[in-house]
Design a protein around this ligand. Structure first.
Ligand SMILES: *Cc1c(COP(=O)(O)O)cnc(C)c1O
Length: 234
């Protein structure tokens, strides 16, 4: 647990360095600490050390931990099944993983029932990996238009991307840059329910390169909490 605090300091310094290296500041980049497989107790240590935003990739984990974690902003960053939206709609502050109109429509419906507006990011799969979720770059515009046209309780805040693992992070910079290009382009759309603020790219092994390519929201898990041990999960 002591390590969490120390790791956070290290990550904080690395984010600052990467941001300043490209003419931005530490404050320009939001750190979302990814706590999947971690306990509420561990998350609370991170919150005490200054973490304001927590990311989870499973609905069940959010539900299990929600009541045991100190006040914090929750981010749903993993694949979200339509039938599970109702469980998290009043718990998370943003959903990063919207990759279909069907999912957006369900989020819209549930947000409407709660009388809230849900912030979402569209997940784009820049590298076109078969195994990953997300829309392809050339599907983004159509999905944005359909959501703006039909979903009154959703605000589109930007884009999210997960890129392939590479031994040399520079190899994947091209993907980050493609997503950044789209982010800049669609961010110019003028619409009351589109307000681009977040480009969510970069994980433990590649967040510095992502920041260099323009990311302003990094999702860092193992570099903060340590390597995950999935065998311990029930
Ligand atoms: C697990 C996860 C992360 C964090 O991964 P690390 O390599 O542990 O930093 C980021 N984004 C998503 C979508 C994840 O599922």
């Amino acid at each position: 647990m002591e390590d969490i605090k120390k790791n956070l300091q290290t990550i904080d310094d690395m984010i600052r360095e990467a941001a300043e290296g490209c003419g931005r500041t530490r404050e320009d980049v939001l750190l979302c600490a990814v706590s999947k497989t971690r306990t509420a107790e561990e998350i609370n240590v991170a919150i005490d050390a200054g973490v304001t935003d927590i990311g989870e990739n499973k609905v069940q984990e959010i539900m299990d931990k929600f009541d045991h974690v100190k006040p914090v902003k929750w981010h749903m960053i993993g694949h979200l099944q339509t039938n599970k939206v109702k469980y998290i709609i009043d718990k998370v502050s943003m959903i990063h993983s919207v990759d279909s109109f069907k999912l957006a429509a369900e989020i819209d419906k549930r947000a409407g029932q709660k009388g809230i507006t849900m912030d979402i990011l569209l997940q784009v799969n820049a590298a076109q990996e078969e195994s990953k979720f997300g829309i392809s770059l050339d599907e983004t515009e159509a999905l944005i238009n359909e959501i703006l046209e039909k979903c009154e309780n959703i605000r589109i805040r930007g884009l999210m991307s997960v890129v392939p693992k590479a031994d040399n992070p520079e190899d994947i910079k091209v993907y980050f840059s493609q997503v950044k290009e789209q982010y800049d382009s669609f961010g110019k759309i003028e619409h009351p329910r589109l307000d681009f603020k977040y480009l969510s790219m970069g994980m433990s092994h590649d967040f510095q390169v992502a920041i260099e390519a323009g990311s302003n929201l990094v999702r860092v898990g193992s570099a903060i909490f340590g390597e995950r041990d999935y065998s311990k999960q029930n």
